[in-house]
Design a protein around this ligand. Structure first.
Ligand SMILES: [Zn+2]
Length: 185
C-alpha cells in the first residue's frame, strides 16, 4: 500500500513546504553519514549529538497550529495523539513505527521501528546505532506527556539484522535525562 504526500516548491523564494513547514529533501543516508563523520572525531559525543538532534527534530515537526491544539487533544485522548505522532514519523520517512507493550497513562513502553533509515545506511556494526530515532521517540513523548523521557535502543537491525529496531521508552526527571545523556558521552 502507498499514499501520495503533498509538497510544494515556491519557484520565486526557493522554499519547499510540506505539511505547512519548510523542509529540505535529503538522501536517507544523511543521518548515518553525519553520525559516522562525528564518530570519527568523538564516538561517544556523536551519539549524544545525534540523540539530542532527534529530540529537536520531533519538537520541530509539530506545527504551530498543532502545538496550540495539543493541550486540548492530550487531555481528551493520549492514544489519538500517539497515533498522530506515529503517522507523522512515518510520513517524514523515518520508518515504520509500531507500538509494543505500551502504557498510555505514563508513556512507558516498547516501540518497534521497521526500515530505520539509520540502520539501513550505517552498515554492519556491533552496537545499536539509531540514536536519531531514539531521540525522535523521546522528543515526541516529551510533547505528548509534557515531561522528559529516556529512550534506549535495545535491538538494532544494523547490529542484529532483521527488519526492526526495538526501543524502550521511560518517563524520567530532568536530572535523570541529563545523566542519561552524559552516560552516552
Ligand atoms: Zn537501529
Amino acid at each position: 500500500m502507498s499514499r501520495k504526500l503533498e509538497a510544494e516548491i515556491n519557484d520565486d523564494s526557493g522554499v519547499l513546504s510540506y505539511s505547512g513547514a519548510r523542509v529540505v529533501l535529503a538522501h536517507d543516508g544523511y543521518m548515518a553519514d553525519l553520525q559516522k563523520r562525528l564518530e570519527s572525531i568523538d564516538a561517544a559525543l556523536a551519539h549524544r549529538i545525534m540523540y539530542e538532534n532527534g529530540e529537536q527534530t520531533a519538537a520541530r515537526a509539530v506545527s504551530e497550529t498543532e502545538r496550540l491544539l495539543l493541550p486540548l487533544v492530550k487531555a481528551i485522548n493520549k492514544r489519538k495523539v500517539v497515533e498522530k505522532m506515529l503517522l507523522l514519523a512515518l510520513d517524514r520517512g523515518y520508518g515504520l513505527f509500531r507500538l509494543g507493550t505500551f502504557d498510555y497513562t505514563t508513556g512507558k513502553g516498547m516501540i518497534m521501528v521497521g526500515n530505520s533509515p539509520v540502520a539501513r545506511n550505517y552498515g554492519a556494526t556491533d552496537e545499536a546505532v539509531c540514536f536519531t530515532i531514539a531521540g525522535i521517540i523521546a522528543g515526541a513523548a516529551h510533547i505528548v506527556w509534557s515531561r522528559p523521557f529516556k529512550c534506549i535502543e535495545t535491538k538494532c537491525a544494523a547490529h542484529l539484522g532483521g527488519e526492526y529496531c526495538e526501543f524502550k521508552l521511560f518517563p524520567c526527571t530532568p536530572a535523570e535525562r541529563e545523566s542519561f545523556l552524559k552516560k552516552m558521552e
